[in-house]
Ligand binder design. Structure first.
Ligand SMILES: Cc1cc2nc3c(=O)[nH]c(=O)nc-3n(C[C@H](O)[C@H](O)[C@H](O)COP(=O)(O)OP(=O)(O)OC[C@H]3O[C@@H](n4cnc5c(N)ncnc54)[C@H](O)[C@@H]3O)c2cc1C
Length: 323
């Protein structure tokens, strides 16, 4: 068991964490990134990424994250494969965190980039067909289904927004919901019902995602939640939109969160309620949830962290001079 001391501890290794690390390392803060159980974050479980700036052609998610990791290491970041299991924020800076390995981390400032995970139905075929017709992000993958038949599964705001977004690409969008009414806001529902490209299938649960001979999604096996009647729906793409879970368990009771568990920050900044603790990426963003926005917030957190440390050092110097 070891103790690691750093000016900036970055928890999480998705686009937010790696971008924060690149900026912090180049500011000579010698950051440590604790990578967590999913080094590289959510993009490591997808294939084609076509909307991250800088690449004319489609790139693969795991490759993109490997490049970000290499870049962060190249400029001086220390990567540690560990998972933070507890943090002490109460006593202020330096902050202390404990890793699953038993290692302790002591940091002058903290950048939280623990991301979020899409919730899945847990139905057969769902995971196996990920990237082969099944997705949890219409903004990310809708473009790949231009002119094709797509379904969205869910009944809340996200599901309705995803269905509406998909009508930019497809004239054949089916929203599948297991109840007979939606939870989404009224204004969204009005837009949904007024859109001729969208059909709603009420009272239907998705039992499984079935592949065709080519190994791609072919149809959904449905069950009527009222009558129990079985049916199928042939689709090229299915978007599971039943919500996301931010990875904030660690910070419960320690940092302000919204009712869904997203960390709250000062509007337009990555600053949390505790000076020296910053949050960036999907852990604080339930609206955009993109790699590029997470990377942008990671950059902002590192820059604000650097300013926080500089102001603190300046205050100490002034106090010493006054003695
Ligand atoms: C299937 C899929 C496809 C997608 N496709 C696209 C796309 O094409 N384009 C796009 O822009 N976006 C896409 N996204 C969204 C994009 O992946 C996310 O917006 C982005 O990864 C968020 O980055 P992040 O750094 O905030 O968090 P994440 O990528 O979620 O990373 C979180 C990190 O935190 C770590 N972590 C969590 N808890 C701890 C802990 N206790 N201790 C240490 N580490 C911890 C994890 O190991 C992980 O490394 C896709 C998402 C999914 C699920």
């Amino acid at each position: 068991m070891a103790t690691h001391t750093t000016k900036m501890l970055i928890i999480g290794s998705g686009p937010a964490g790696y971008s924060a690390a690149i900026y912090a390392a180049r500011a000579m803060l010698e950051p440590i990134v604790v990578q967590g159980l999913q080094p590289g974050g959510q993009l490591t479980i997808t294939t084609d990424v076509e909307n991250y700036p800088g690449f004319r052609d489609v790139v693969q998610g795991p490759w993109l994250m490997e490049e970000m990791r290499s870049q962060a290491e190249h400029v001086g970041t220390r990567m540690i494969w560990d998972t933070i299991v507890s943090v002490d924020l109460e006593s202020g800076s330096p902050f202390r965190a404990l890793g699953d390995s038993g290692d302790e981390y002591i940091a002058d400032c903290l950048v939280i980039c623990t991301g979020a995970q899409a919730k899945w139905l847990g139905a057969p075929g769902e995971m196996a067909l990920g990237g082969k017709g099944v997705s949890a992000c219409a903004t990310c993958d809708g473009f790949f289904y231009r002119g094709k038949r797509v379904a969205v599964i869910g009944g809340g705001n996200t599901a309705v927004e995803e269905a509406l977004y998909l009508t930019n690409h497809s004239d054949n969008v089916t929203l599948i919901h297991r109840r007979d009414s939606l939870r989404a806001e009224k204004i969204l529902q009005e837009r949904l019902f007024a859109n001729p490209k969208i059909t709603v299938l009420w009272n239907k649960g998705v039992g499984s995602f079935e592949a065709g001979e080519n190994g791609m999604l072919h149809h959904l096996a449905l069950t009527d939640t009222v009558t129990g009647e079985a049916s199928t729906l042939e689709v090229d793409g299915a978007f599971v939109a039943i919500g996301h879970a931010p990875a904030t368990e660690l910070f419960k009771g320690k940092l302000p969160m919204d009712e869904s568990g997203y960390l709250l920050t000062e509007p337009g900044t990555p600053k949390t309620a505790i000076p020296g603790v910053f949050a960036a990426g999907d852990v604080t963003d339930h609206v955009y949830r993109q790699a590029v926005t997470a990377a942008g917030m990671g950059c902002m957190a590192a820059l604000d962290g650097e300013r926080y440390l500089a102001a603190r050092a300046h205050a100490v110097q002034e106090a010493e001079a006054a003695e």
